[in-house]
Design a protein around this ligand. Sequence first.
Ligand SMILES: *[C@@H]1O[C@H](CO)[C@@H](O)[C@H](O)[C@H]1NC(C)=O
Ligand SMILES: *[C@@H]1O[C@H](CO)[C@@H](O)[C@H](O)[C@H]1NC(C)=O
Ligand SMILES: *[C@@H]1O[C@H](CO)[C@@H](O)[C@H](O)[C@H]1NC(C)=O
Ligand SMILES: *[C@@H]1O[C@H](CO)[C@@H](O)[C@H](O)[C@H]1NC(C)=O
Ligand SMILES: *[C@@H]1O[C@H](CO)[C@@H](O)[C@H](O)[C@H]1NC(C)=O
Ligand SMILES: *[C@@H]1O[C@H](CO)[C@@H](O)[C@H](O)[C@H]1NC(C)=O
Ligand SMILES: *[C@@H]1O[C@H](CO)[C@@H](O)[C@H](O)[C@H]1NC(C)=O
Ligand SMILES: *[C@@H]1O[C@H](CO)[C@@H](O)[C@H](O)[C@H]1NC(C)=O
Ligand SMILES: *[C@@H]1O[C@H](CO)[C@@H](O)[C@H](O)[C@H]1NC(C)=O
Length: 495
Amino acid sequence: MQAIVSIGLFTLVTLVASIEYAPIVRLRNGRVYGMTQQVENGGKVYFYQGIPYGQAARFGKPQFAKPWSGIYNATYYREACPQHGLEQEPFGLGSKTTNISEDCLYLNVWRPRRNRFFPTRSVMVFFHGGTYKTGTIFSPLYDARHLANLGDVIVVSIQYRVGPFGFLYGNTTDAPGNVGLHDQILGLKWIHYNIARFGGDIAQLECMNVNMSSVIECLRNKTVEQILSVTKGQFLKNQMFLPIYGDELMPYKPSDALKEGKLNFGVDLLYGVNENEGLQYANLFVADQNNITLESIKESIKWMMHYYGDSSYSDIVFERYTSELLPNASKEMLLATLGNVWEDFIITCPTVLFAQEYAKKSPGRNFYSYRLAQSKCLNEPTLLSSGDEQVCLGEDVLYLFLGLDGKGHSTPITFNPEDRQLSKDMIYAWSAFAKTGHIRERFNNNRYWINAFDRSTILNAPITRTFNLNFTDYQMVSNMYNQSCDSFWKDKLFA
Ligand SMILES: *[C@@H]1O[C@H](CO)[C@@H](O)[C@H](O)[C@H]1NC(C)=O
Ligand SMILES: *[C@@H]1O[C@H](CO)[C@@H](O)[C@H](O)[C@H]1NC(C)=O
Ligand SMILES: *[C@@H]1O[C@H](CO)[C@@H](O)[C@H](O)[C@H]1NC(C)=O
Ligand SMILES: *[C@@H]1O[C@H](CO)[C@@H](O)[C@H](O)[C@H]1NC(C)=O
Ligand SMILES: *[C@@H]1O[C@H](CO)[C@@H](O)[C@H](O)[C@H]1NC(C)=O
Ligand SMILES: *[C@@H]1O[C@H](CO)[C@@H](O)[C@H](O)[C@H]1NC(C)=O
Ligand SMILES: *[C@@H]1O[C@H](CO)[C@@H](O)[C@H](O)[C@H]1NC(C)=O
Ligand SMILES: *[C@@H]1O[C@H](CO)[C@@H](O)[C@H](O)[C@H]1NC(C)=O
Ligand SMILES: *[C@@H]1O[C@H](CO)[C@@H](O)[C@H](O)[C@H]1NC(C)=O
């Protein structure tokens, strides 16, 4: 491992004055030092960046990283896993790293600097998004310093293999598929073994209960670029490499596991969606953006159902989502319609329906549902007007991580006091939930965020309550997804 230094701390501090180092932590595999980061009001957090947790052969399951001697320099970012388009990472923020390497199983750890009476802190774990195809923990979007500081929690973000490197399925022991998920699990195990050394509370991770237990040959000889080229420019279209089920890791179809009670039930959940999850994807599904017609929308829906669902219901979906469109509907309205289908089908309904079914089998647990309706939309959709009124995919992450100052990325956004307030409210609520499983906060409009379900109705006619996060006028709303999800998508998604 190339980045290891083997000098004592004394030398280190005197030689390099520009970095303010964080204390050395002795991990199972070796020692690391990190750096301090500034937060609000002159505060600081300790940040250990790019700690290697695993290693893996191409397409193979990962193992823990080898022990090292000396002290590992965890003060700078490392490589992302092989993928395209790191320069235009989501949100136009640009990634810190544009280098890729197959040796990419790194994680980041933030911990509040201040000491406190209690011996341990709760741990929040973050897996980056990117449809299993892109993403890196070294994106400025995922800078968790404010979350760690204000929430008084330890935050760990885990990088995992994506695209063909993470999800090529060879049905052999050296290319078993789902290795990107195996990476995630190894990262969780690393936390289990090491986080106490950062003052983290491993008791809370104890309930983690995950079962671990010739084309390929040719692909082994290819370069990273050759393998990646297969997926170039195909963001959501074919050539997808996704998690599979039926293997040792995910033996059942997830919806069957949910129905048949073969999941790890009984865990509190905080879950939610943004108001316009599908919007910025809509144009990826149309062949010619300048020539969108009702007919081409029909084709796109057919295509979407074919790849991600079941073609047999594409006509019903088309009817449902276009029946109220006037014949003179604008291009923007047609695209928005397609965005609505994608949103309900792929993100919103699977999320809320999963939670509902999960809750039925988890009596006595807490469920907190949110919908973000306040926006700093950075994903200016290509054809749709007004970014700021739309709340796009991932914006909740933006508020949770960056919202306090809106700084730290290449496209500056202005955060007004309402944005800062939302950001703080989210950090306090999320971290309280991570610590206790409850959110008891009274928000500044005197509202409480209450449980999504009532114990008395959950089994029969569940009322689902969602906390609508809208410009500090937060409201609990009942049955927000009743029409779209319960009535329309449920039987299709859980068929
Ligand atoms: C650790 O890495 C940083 C960033 O590359 C570098 O500036 C610093 O000198 C390194 N520390 C030591 C002790 O080599
Ligand atoms: C990225 O690659 C360049 C050129 O090879 C190298 O100078 C730089 O140190 C690399 N950055 C990281 C984070 O590895
Ligand atoms: C994987 O291989 C096993 C044994 O060789 C075979 O029974 C099974 O059908 C294969 N699975 C797939 C999805 O090809
Ligand atoms: C999962 O692990 C449990 C024990 O923790 C075991 O009883 C069960 O058979 C495992 N399931 C699979 C599919 O391996
Ligand atoms: C892989 O490359 C090695 C050495 O370049 C070669 O001997 C071997 O035949 C190649 N294997 C395949 C399957 O192409
Ligand atoms: C739009 O598409 C239709 C049908 O595919 C085609 O006949 C027409 O020429 C296209 N118009 C433009 C401006 O490309
Ligand atoms: C579309 O037609 C309706 C009446 O049929 C009209 O009220 C509306 O203004 C029209 N919209 C546009 C964008 O032309
Ligand atoms: C936010 O709430 C206000 C007042 O209830 C409402 O008028 C407005 O439409 C809401 N905005 C969004 C984006 O939901
Ligand atoms: C939708 O909500 C109403 C109450 O507002 C309820 O009576 C009805 O059963 C719900 N429908 C579904 C499909 O859950």
